[in-house]
Design a protein around this ligand. Structure first.
Ligand SMILES: [Zn+2]
Ligand SMILES: [Zn+2]
Length: 444
């Protein structure tokens, strides 16, 4: 696979004399397989120069797949300036996570309404198809693409791309699930030593990748005041990648406040950390124009379920869901949102009520808050896992960052998934549906 970075900046395009080396364009990476399959990861302003290059050099008509991690501006703003979509005969498929109430096509149309842009999405002459994704494995442009939800305020997917016997993993925007990566009583450097199952799952997603392209917007010092913004400090990325057996890491999504000197310093500090830990890991900061050929080593393909590339997101069957939280506002919101999808939602205000409700009628999924008076969520989970009838009942845990001990314990106790408060409504529905899908798949 050939990789080329067209945009490495996060949040906002940052042109100027201070960013000429690492680049000022926002997220865009081009991946080409040996067979000529073309995957474009994100469509930030880097998509503009990529489009010009493709028109000049690519065989015609131009085809490709555009994979969007999510639809925040810095990942879609280059799309209306991507010239190949203005040429009849060219064809592109656009892939992105299924998010809120609007479809992917509606979201992309939004930034091209007449108020903002002279040409509407529907007027583009190229043939464009839109596909909404959940977690799964898909065949896209001749590559095997696996998706996984990331920890970001919007519903966001990471992409693992396997082709030509090599694997690259693209992860932006994402932040750690846990303040402390390693358990106090454990030896750092191993996936099993991580506190939070979310970080462990994230590490497994990137396992043995030949190249990991990962959000590293902050230094650890900056991250302390930027928690819940959805971006990672570089030390987290180095630690995770090493534990996951990744070969090399490209740190990206550079902060607009960081000039070339600052980013070069991050690169140096990240390398020093890898060296200090004696990690066999090559680390660099991605720069615009950087081009790499990734030679595969026939990595074992991850065992994940197959998705259907055409109908990427299958409709979720109506389920019975129990929402357990002492916060009435959260319960009301969850009931309202989940009912829209045809789910029957019951509520419980504390742990005891939850257990009674489950004994009366077993739901298909429990959304369980950890911090509740009387009987905390952790005790509820332990009790559920101790009874054969509820041993495999899917439980989505709601956590608050900062409560490391309880979070860690809940995974030991057998939580299915976790969602950090505060979360967006689309994030809740995406995680509920992912839990239900996983449970249905386990039954198959
Ligand atoms: Zn971003
Ligand atoms: Zn974002």
């Amino acid at each position: 696979m050939k990789i080329r970075f067209w945009g490495t900046r996060g949040s906002l395009g940052t042109p100027g004399p201070g960013t000429t080396y690492f680049g000022g364009n926002t997220s865009c990476v081009e991946v080409t397989t040996e067979e000529g399959g073309r995957l474009i990861l994100d469509c930030g302003t880097g998509a503009r120069p990529l489009g010009i290059e493709l028109l000049a050099t690519a065989p015609k008509p131009i085809k490709g797949s555009i994979l969007l991690g999510h639809t925040h501006w810095d990942h879609i703003q280059g799309f209306p300036f991507f010239k190949p979509v203005f040429v009849p005969g060219n064809s592109f498929s656009v892939w992105a996570p299924k998010g809120g109430s609007r479809s992917l096509q509606e979201t992309l149309s939004g930034q091209m309404e007449f108020t903002y842009f002279p040409i509407e999405l529907g007027q583009l002459p190229a043939q464009i198809t839109y596909h909404e994704l959940a977690e799964g494995t898909y065949e896209i442009s001749g590559a095997r693409v696996t998706t996984q939800y990331l920890n970001h305020p919007a519903v966001t997917l990471g992409y693992r791309i396997e082709a030509d016997g090599a694997a690259i993993v693209y992860v932006t925007d994402h932040e750690p699930f846990s303040d402390n990566l390693w358990r106090g009583d454990s030896e750092p450097g191993h996936i099993d030593s991580m506190v939070h199952e979310g970080d462990r799952r994230h590490a497994r997603f990137m396992a043995n990748a030949d190249l990991l392209i990962h959000d590293a917007q902050y230094t650890p010092e900056e991250y302390a005041s930027k928690k819940t913004w959805g971006h990672s400090p570089y030390d987290y990325v180095v630690e995770l990648a090493a534990a996951a057996g990744v070969k090399r890491v490209a740190l990206t999504h550079h902060d607009p406040e960081h000039n070339d000197l600052f980013v070069a310093d991050i690169e140096q500090r990240a390398r020093a950390l890898a060296e200090k830990r004696k990690y066999a890991l090559e680390v660099f900061c991605a720069h615009e124009g950087g081009e790499y050929v990734i030679n595969g080593k026939q990595i074992p393909l991850s065992a994940v379920r197959q998705g259907d590339a055409e109908a990427a997101v299958s409709p979720v069957a109506a389920a019975r869901i129990l929402v357990v939280d002492d916060d009435p506002l959260l319960r009301r919101l969850a009931v309202k949102v989940l009912a829209k999808y045809g789910h029957t939602v019951r509520e419980a205000v504390n742990g005891r009520e939850a257990l009674r409700s489950i004994a009366d009628e077993r739901p298909d999924l429990v959304v369980l808050d950890l911090e509740m008076p009387e009987m905390p969520g952790l005790d509820v989970l332990r009790e559920l896992r101790s009874a054969p009838a509820t041993l495999h009942l899917p439980v989505l845990i709601l956590t608050v960052s900062g409560n490391e001990a309880a979070t860690s314990a809940s995974f030991e106790a057998g939580a299915t998934d976790y969602l950090t408060k505060p979360f967006s409504i689309p994030a809740l529905t995406a995680r509920v549906h992912a839990c239900l899908e996983r449970a249905a798949h386990q039954r198959d």
